[in-house]
Write a protein that binds this ligand. Structure first.
Ligand code: SAM
Length: 274
C-alpha cells in the first residue's frame, strides 16, 4: 500500500494529544522528510519512502513519549525568528514576546541593555536586531546556556551583543541603562506541569520558596546602578505581577507599570530608578 505525506500527517495529528496537534504533526513531518512547508502543501499526496516513514515514526514516538517538540526540532521560533534550543535552556515562550514589547516601548536606540537570565538569548538578540543602535549584553550563570546564547548570537550576526557569566543573585558593578529579565519564577506552591518539570532545566524554573528571589536580588543589587529614569523590565508568573510591583516599590522604583498578556493576565512589570 502506498503511504503519502498526507497520510502520515493525519496519523500524527490524531495521535498527538495537544491542542496544536496539527502544527506539531506538520513540523514532525517536515523534519522527517527534510522538506519545507511550501513543498508539503504543493505535493501532499506524494508517496513517502520506507526510510522517510521510519524517520517520521521515530520522531512521532519521541513526541508521544513526552519529549518537547522544540527539543526534537532543536530550534524554536520567537518574535518571528528561529533560535537554537537545547535541554539546557528554557524553550522561548510566546508570553515573553511581551517582555520585548515593553522594553522596546522605553528604548530609543543607543542604550546599554542587559538581558539577565538570558537562556537562549532570544530576548536580548531580538532587541538588538529590532533596535540596531543598542549595545546588548546577554548574562546567565549556566555555562551550557551561555554556549547556546553564543550560538544564537552567531546565527544573527547583525545583533550587537556580548555574552557573559552574570549571577543575578549576587551584587554587581556593571552599569546599564536598562535591565530586561525573565528570571526563574516558579514557586513551591505553584509547580510546573509534568512535561516542563521533566524536560526543562530546574535552574531555569525555580525562583525560591515564593518564586520571587530573583526580583528581590536584582532590585536590591542593581536598581541603584541604573541612571535616573533607567528601567528594569521583568516577566513574572501570571499570579505574581502585583507582588513584583510591590517589591519594586519597596526598593524605591517609580513609574511602575504592569502589562497584561493577551488573556488579560499581568505578566510584565517594569519600573524606573527615580
Ligand atoms: C526562565 S529562564 C529565561 C530564559 C530566557 N530569558 C527566556 O525568556 O526564554 C531563566 C534563566 O535564568 C538562568 N539563571 C538561573 N539562575 C541564575 C542566576 N543566579 N543568575 C543568572 N541567570 C540565572 C537560567 O540558566 C535560565 O537560562
Amino acid at each position: 500500500m502506498v503511504i503519502t505525506r498526507r497520510d502520515l500527517f493525519f496519523e500524527a495529528r490524531a495521535a498527538i494529544p495537544e491542542r496544536n496537534a496539527a502544527f506539531e504533526a506538520r513540523e514532525l513531518l517536515l523534519r522527517a522528510l527534510s522538506i519545507t512547508k511550501e513543498e508539503y502543501y504543493l505535493h501532499p499526496s506524494l508517496p513517502v519512502t520506507p526510510e522517510e516513514e521510519a524517520r517520521f515514526r521515530a520522531l512521532l514516538s519521541e513526541r508521544l513519549a513526552g519529549r518537547p517538540l522544540a527539543h526534537i526540532l532543536g530550534e524554536w521560533d520567537f518574535y518571528g525568528r528561529t533560535f537554537k534550543v537545547t535541554p539546557d535552556v528554557l524553550i522561548p515562550r510566546p508570553e515573553t514576546e511581551e517582555l520585548v514589547e515593553e522594553a522596546r516601548f522605553f528604548l530609543t536606540g543607543n542604550e546599554k541593555v542587559l538581558d539577565l537570565c538570558t537562556g537562549t538569548g532570544c530576548v536580548g538578540i531580538t532587541l538588538a536586531l529590532e533596535i540596531p543602535g543598542l549595545e546588548v549584553t546577554l548574562g546567565d550563570i549556566s555555562e551550557p546556556a551561555l554556549e547556546v546564547a553564543r550560538e544564537n548570537a552567531r546565527r544573527y550576526p547583525a545583533a550587537k551583543v556580548r555574552v557573559l557569566y552574570d549571577d543575578a543573585l549576587a551584587p554587581s558593578k556593571e552599569p546599564y541603562d536598562m535591565i530586561v529579565c525573565n528570571p526563574p519564577y516558579v514557586s513551591a506552591a505553584d509547580p510546573p506541569n509534568e512535561e516542563v518539570a521533566r524536560h526543562e532545566p530546574a535552574l531555569a524554573l525555580y525562583g525560591g520558596e515564593d518564586g520571587l528571589d530573583f526580583y528581590r536580588a536584582i532590585l536590591r543589587y542593581r536598581l541603584s546602578l541604573l541612571p535616573s529614569g533607567g528601567r528594569v523590565v521583568f516577566e513574572c508568573g501570571d499570579t505574581q505581577s502585583r507582588k513584583v510591583a510591590h517589591i519594586m516599590e519597596t526598593f524605591g522604583a517609580k513609574a511602575i507599570r504592569i502589562r497584561t498578556d493577551l488573556s488579560g493576565k499581568g505578566r510584565i512589570v517594569s519600573g524606573e530608578r527615580p
